[in-house]
Ligand binder design. Sequence first.
Ligand SMILES: [Zn+2]
Length: 50
Amino acid sequence: MEIKKDNNIIEVHTDTVYCDGGKLGHPRVFLTFEENKIECPYCGQIFIKV
Ligand SMILES: [Zn+2]
């Protein structure tokens, strides 16, 4: 069985993003950039501030 991790990087222009897990789904969380990159603690989605 092949397990695929769907970690497409999302590029944003704001200081705060939210993630609700997309296909996987989890409670909506707001994440604030401390560096130029955030990884969602729930689903591992990576956000890059550009
Ligand atoms: Zn997430």
